[in-house]
Design a protein around this ligand. Structure first.
Ligand code: GLU
Length: 293
């Protein structure tokens, strides 16, 4: 079933960007709280890579899961990025303002027979690596049952090279799933390169399956290193959830923080102090690539 005109139009701008061939990146934090140093390290890497390529860098706020949104977090994220000198292009894209777009793609996927309703609970699927196809035959039904609605999953073909399993695109609580929203947004905003933390590598097969279901070519994906504390553990949200505020209170300025994050990426020696703009000067594509290894 072909993609209808009103949805094709949403991709028209994107296709012209793609034809132009430039780099278009984005940074897409979830506003569950303030950015911690691990988030900021990824933001820095994403910004550096886009600017080094002479490209565009967009800020997208993944605020669909409203109960998880922290008060004031959207503003705090922008203030922290500006404080670090990481300026984005255009206005921030709030996913919460784009629900109509996601829903129109969702209903096309449904009408083209690529989705099925699923009643499996999280408990039933715990420990299962790949969705076993329990509700694929349509037994779930789409209406209310036991005061619950189903989730909706993409029927991923058995021969899908990414073997992601049947991806949830709408959750049982009615929220559009992150996987669908992010894929639609990469397409609508013509993103050529996604830079994000290594913790999201696991989301890649599901997203590739969705790009395939929409017959669209995915962007290039880059997963940056997670920031480690002195013990080499991944920095947990709780440990570092205070973000930049305590560092500022200790008297550290943006040059200290950028220096520390850049050192974490292996771009400068430990103890360096420099602005994001200074760091960008003289930084080569190869040096940025090396940050991923
Ligand atoms: N909003 C997601 C997160 O902060 C990241 C999305 C992405 O970069 O694909 O975990």
């Amino acid at each position: 079933m072909p993609i209808p005109d009103h949805l094709q139009l949403q991709l028209a701008q994107w296709q012209s960007w793609r034809l132009a061939g430039g780099y278009r990146g984005r940074y897409a934090p979830s506003p569950t709280g303030v950015l911690h140093l691990g988030n900021l390290q990824t933001a820095l890497l994403s910004w550096l890579q886009a600017r080094q390529a002479g490209g565009v860098w967009l800020l997208r706020i993944d605020d669909l899961d409203t109960p998880r949104n922290g008060p004031g977090a959207v503003e705090a994220i922008q203030a922290d990025l500006r404080w670090m000198g990481l300026y984005w292009d255009g206005v921030p894209i709030l996913q919460s303002t784009r629900r109509g777009v996601y829903n129109s793609w969702l209903s096309w996927l449904r009408r083209s027979g690529q989705l099925f309703p699923c009643r499996c609970s999280r408990r039933e699927l715990s420990g299962v690596l790949r969705y076993p196809g329990t509700c694929r035959d349509g037994r779930g039904g789409w209406g209310w049952r036991d005061r619950r609605l189903p989730s909706w999953r993409l029927k991923v073909p058995i021969d899908d090279p990414d073997a992601s399993g049947d991806v949830v695109v709408r959750r049982a609580d009615g929220f559009i799933a992150y996987q669908l929203a992010t894929v639609i947004d990469e397409l609508c905003f013509g993103i050529s390169d996604v830079v994000r933390g290594d913790d999201l590598r696991a989301a890649l097969p599901a997203q590739r399956s969705l790009f395939r279901a929409l017959s669209q070519r995915p962007p290039r994906f880059h997963h940056g290193p997670l920031r480690c504390d002195a013990l080499g553990k991944k920095l947990s949200k709780r440990e570092a959830s205070a973000g930049l505020a305590p560092l500022r209170e200790q008297g550290l300025d943006a040059a200290d923080v950028v220096g520390s994050l850049a050192a974490g990426l292996g771009l400068v020696p430990v103890g360096s102090r420099l602005s994001a703009a200074e760091l960008l000067q003289g930084l080569t594509h190869d040096a940025i690539r090396a940050a991923y290894s």
